[in-house]
Write a protein that binds this ligand. Sequence first.
Ligand code: GLC
Ligand code: CA
Length: 548
Amino acid sequence: MERNRWYKDMVFYQIWPRSFKDGNGDGMGDLWGVLEKLDYIKSLGCDGIWFSPIYPSPGADCGYDIADYMDIAPEFGGMEAFKKVLEGVHQRGMKLIMDLVVNHTSDEHEWFQKSRKRIEPYTDYYIWRPAKPNGKLPNNWDSNFEGKAWTWDEERGEYYLHLFAVKQPDLNMDNPLVREEVKKILRFWLDMGVDGFREDVITYISKAEGLPDDHLFPIYKGMPKYNHGPHIHEYLAEFKRDVFDHYDCFTLAEAPLVWPKQALKYIDEEKGQIDMMIQFQCQCADCLFTDYLPTKFMLVRMKKAFSDWQKKLSGKAWNMLYMENHDHPRIISRYGSEKFREESGKSIAVSYLFQQGTPFLYQGQEIGMLNWKPEDAEMYEDVQTRYNYAHSNLKKSKEERLHKMWRSSRDSARTPVQWDSSENAGFTTGTPWFYVNPNYKEINVAAQEADPDSLLNFYRKAINLRKSLKAVRFGNYKEYYRLDNKLYVYSREYENQKILVVCSFSEKETKIRVPSGFDLEKAKIVLGNYENKEKTLKPYETRVYLWE
Ligand code: GLC
Ligand code: CA
């Protein structure tokens, strides 16, 4: 049975704070900048904000390496600015969720500093192992970012496990004291009034007993031994029982490699331990598992991913929907067309906004920002990109290697938000911490505010429409022409309301396909990106038909 929870009626906006808006002129995005833009976010129809980490951090992974979980970094404005933002969000009837990163901490966190000195009770807060007698590493796992998953610590005289960067040691969640620390963190923020958490790679927190070698996985060796590990449901249930059940909040779990059937073990509305999951399948229509193994974009793969989740969760669980976040290159550059930027941006928007779930937008998506394409690999900041570039196929030319980075780097989507056509795209009055995409003179918020047909205003219309339709909130989902690699056609139906969504993903004109039983003569087109009623769709045309 479906439970009615407030997040089901909402649309969220993700802020990656460093690049959102600089409020004090030091070149780095911050919470003062967010304060200035709360009305803008609300004007999109977004009623919730997810903050990527804003805690004190040395910044080895842009904040996903946390040095103090119960404070806000001074460069973002500290606790004072945060409280103002939280108040501003709530005053506008919006919600705010934080990023909870507890698979690992920064190596500069006090717990790690004490753990490496074996100061109690921190000795077993992390996953330490001695060297093997033959001098080999404790096991054969790879980190997700930088080579092997083990680094030797001179001070302790042991290896520590890090599934991500060297500066991100994994916490030992099997230690009950560590789980108590997590609960303290959760209560700290919930008591302050935050409305929930996005939980970073939370499916990694329980590692297989004995940390065995992995002989299965071709990339990220070890993943089957720590993703969805033996105690994962138990630990998540413990957090729910001891903390979340006592607050009116929600949880969103990031889950690399998860399929709907397995997801139900987490998000089933009756039995699950969390509310929604970030799945990666919708991101794999142009790659194998990860952006770093790019393939040609195949619409059928995108459709299959979306449809699978829509159908298999139906009536059992509710999930989030997204096209972009801070970990993937820009969607128009991948699934759409830079040449038909506005058109394809609109078709992409419609393709996911009318499904069942809670949609998320990533900063800049609403104006159709494109991949950043530096001319030199030295310009990359991201730890994963730097490692990948250094280890990319040296037999290939520099151009080829760079092109691959443009397509796969997380930095492609981490450049400052383009607010207007003034210097530095209006992001800062100082020197920006990172490069601004040179296309900001054409692509920016101010220009699109002034144009009623812009992508920005289209997002507003689409979100508004979505919220007004019962069929989108409650209706069943049906996909048509599964094997068509140019058109995505699906319907949603609830009581006497029915919509048909048609999205072309082709640069060419394409004949519309309409399933039987849908009489277009009796329908209204309630959203579209062309003034066109003909049977032939224009490049990347999208239409939403309504019957009621
Ligand atoms: C998640 C985050 C990503 C981060 C990683 C390690 O995948 O979204 O940005 O680098 O976890 O914390
Ligand atoms: Ca700043």
